[in-house]
Design a protein around this ligand. Structure first.
Ligand code: HEM
Length: 341
């Protein structure tokens, strides 16, 4: 089955153009390599990590101080987790900006679910060390969730005995190492399978086909190895943070990828509902553009201008809101210039 899957991923005939950086930014392959990196390092971390409330922080200290390359593996895992959020978002944007989402509707929808699961996986992982960052990122995430109509119910399921409680730790751990990763493996495999089932990537300017899959395999391998090297070097330079043990009396500290939502909620909690509706609407993007066929199209095609302009505006808004939250918010979310955050 594995060799058949491999052959399916790397068929002899494929459009030469799809191997060009300018067509894909390689963001899909980079995300795949980061996912593998996360799975391997996560598996290794499991040997020392304990989700038990009184042990989780201590087990990370032990891992950092006593286990051979423990700190490094933890840093690689953390760096790859940031990387996959950034590169899968970039990959999503490239499929919008090149119009591929329209003629690869099924894979867009699968990819969109994968993206939401990756955010959820990053969120559940944040709690694991049970330090200040972990505790407050989870508490703020839950407060944001609470502003939604069904938020209270979801909160009850996820944190039955409050953040840091024994049941909560167990639920987050199970979600982080079993449930979400298994779903991700299945969905990402289906996503990759669909690329070939759809006849390869959307055709661009040329229809020239290669009849030798060596270049496809080599390019994927080189990108995969480069991702591992860059992530390791970055992880070696930038260590994974570990704050003091969780202190419920200290000020809140949301996860970076949720900061923009925190910013929206700080204006008016109700606005978060619009954000969720908008995000849900994006899942159905191919449905609104049934008559648009991007074959042989380029980046930012004229025919698809409303979609890519809207997406670009939303992306810039998210980036600006994140920058405001990082540099212009201090204690108790008061507005000002706080460069030392
Ligand atoms: C970890 C997450 C993901 C992985 C590992 C992944 C992997 C890949 C790879 C390797 C490709 C082929 C090369 C490329 O287009 O760069 C691809 C294509 C595609 N992906 Fe993803 N993807 C992920 C997430 C997403 C997301 C979030 C979306 C959008 C919601 C998405 C939508 C698509 C579409 C529509 C294609 C076909 C593109 C075309 O034909 O031009 N993927 N994916």
């Amino acid at each position: 089955l594995i060799s058949k899957f491999f052959l399916h991923l790397f068929p002899k005939k494929f459009y030469k153009d799809t191997l060009k950086f300018s067509k894909t930014l390689y963001a899909g392959i980079i995300s795949t390599a980061l996912f593998v990196t996360l799975a391997v390092t996560g598996f290794l971390l499991m040997f020392y990590y304990s989700p038990e409330t009184s042990m989780s922080y201590k087990s990370i200290i032990f891992l950092e101080e006593k286990v051979f390359s423990g700190a490094f593996i933890r840093a690689v895992h953390r760096m790859a987790s940031h990387g996959i959020l950034i590169f899968s978002a970039l990959h999503l944007l490239r499929t919008v900006f090149t119009g591929s989402y329209a003629s690869r509707g099924k894979n867009w929808k699968l990819g969109y679910i994968v993206f939401c699961l990756i955010i959820f996986e990053a969120y559940t992982g944040y709690l694991m060390p049970m330090d200040q960052l972990a505790y407050w990122a989870t508490v703020t995430g839950m407060e944001l969730m609470n502003t939604l109509p069904a938020g209270e119910i979801i909160k009850q399921i996820l944190i039955p005995d409050d953040v840091g409680g024994r049941l909560t730790m167990l639920r987050f751990f199970t979600l982080h190492i079993v449930l979400i990763p298994s779903l991700l493996v299945m969905l990402i495999s289906a996503h990759l399978y669909n690329i070939r089932r759809d006849g390869g990537l959307v055709k661009y300017s040329t229809t020239e086909k290669s009849d030798n899959n060596k270049r496809l395999i080599n390019t994927s391998l080189i990108i995969g190895i480069a991702v591992i090297i860059v992530t390791s070097v970055l992880a070696y330079i930038i260590k994974a943070p570990l704050d003091i043990a969780a202190d419920p009396a200290s000020p809140p500290n949301p996860a970076w990828f949720l900061l923009w939502i925190q910013e929206v909620v700080s204006w008016k909690a109700f606005y978060f509902n619009f954000t969720v509706i908008l995000m849900a609407a994006y899942y159905f993007l191919p449905n609104y553009r049934k008559n648009f066929s991007p074959d042989r199209s380029k980046w930012f095609s004229k025919e698809d201008m409303p979609v890519w302009i809207t997406t670009a505006i939303l992306t810039i808004t998210i980036i600006v809101l994140t920058v405001i939250a990082v540099y212009f918010r201090g204690e108790n979310w008061e507005f000002g210039l706080f460069l030392q955050q």
